[in-house]
Design a protein around this ligand. Structure first.
Ligand SMILES: C[S@@+](CC[C@H](N)C(=O)[O-])C[C@H]1O[C@@H](n2cnc3c(N)ncnc32)[C@H](O)[C@@H]1O
Length: 276
């Protein structure tokens, strides 16, 4: 089922923390965070609504969104455990800085002692760290490559570690319609192929789009998500926009073999062969 405009947007955490962070503008004019105010308000709204205990972020960039999530969790005021994972140890827009440098600044200079715990896992793929992070994850934000195979690989990697009604937020679910990259539809494909309760808040932000469909969405998993997970595996046979390294492909295969039946692993292997 789809739920439209069911998430109470929350603009506060971003407005609170962002002015306290150093401003970052890349030579190409990209700013931090890589989410609009509306998108951050949806993310914070979901967090406030479900008050998660164990949060996983995959795809950090400079870390302004990490800091916004931490601000939201601090505002909720309950204990939490948060993990932020990025394949790149260095910020991809400025390699003189580590990925997540803005959240590192916020932790050191703004928050002081946190109510919860937060750990960075940098220069690593999710299958390499997920056993250490462990199960009972009840909130995930996926915001990585956006083109196929992209976020689908990490959702499949994390699903076995999620609580029964965990929420997954996907950024850039309409990016292939907004930006110049028509291949940027990995989160669109995941959002469409997964069986779950889906949440979208239509936006009135006509400065960035001519349509109401938002560029961020969320879904809440249930037993049917796990029962129908073959649809997400099947989505991987779409034409990939980039080819992960053999090492990365093998990492995910080894991980899937531990958690999924051989028929589903066979679909993944065929998807690789078709795309090689
Ligand atoms: C679009 S940026 C993230 C933006 C950030 N979430 C924000 O709101 O500002 C994508 C990030 O994902 C990272 N990344 C790309 N592929 C990844 C993967 N397979 N696993 C983890 N991180 C990945 C990149 O290094 C980059 O830092």
């Amino acid at each position: 089922m789809i739920h439209l405009n069911a998430i109470p947007l929350d603009f506060e955490p971003r407005r609170k923390i962002l002015p306290k962070l150093p401003e970052f503008v890349s030579p190409q004019g990209y700013r931090e965070p890589e989410m609009s105010e509306f998108e951050s308000s949806f993310l914070c709204g979901v967090l406030k609504k479900i008050r998660p205990k164990k949060i996983l972020e995959v795809g950090i960039a400079g870390g302004a969104t990490t800091a916004i999530i931490l601000q939201t969790l601090e505002d909720i005021g309950a204990p939490y455990e948060m993990h932020s994972v990025d394949a790149a140890a260095k910020f991809y827009r400025d390699p003189s800085k580590p990925s997540g440098f803005l959240a590192m600044f916020a932790k050191e200079k703004i928050f002081g002692e946190l109510r919860g715990t937060h750990a960075f896992h940098l220069g690593t793929y999710l299958p390499q760290v997920i056993d250490g992070i462990g199960g009972d994850i009840d909130f995930v934000i996926l915001d990585t490559v956006h083109s196929m195979p992209g976020e689908g690989l990490d959702f499949l990697a994390v699903l076995p570690y999620l609580t029964d009604n965990a929420i997954v937020v996907l950024h850039d679910v309409a990016f292939n319609q907004i930006g110049k990259d028509v291949n940027a539809h990995a989160t669109t494909v995941l959002f469409s192929s997964v069986t779950a309760e889906k949440f979208l808040n239509f936006t009135m932000d006509f400065n960035s789009t001519k349509f109401n469909y938002p560029n961020i969405g969320a879904f809440q998993i249930n037993q049917q998500t796990r029962d129908n997970i073959e649809n997400v595996f099947l989505s991987l046979i779409l034409r990939w926009a980039y080819m992960p390294s053999q090492g990365e492909l093998n990492l995910y295969l080894g991980h899937y073999k531990k958690h999924y039946p051989k028929e589903l692993c066979a679909i993944y292997i065929e998807a690789i062969k078709m795309n090689l």
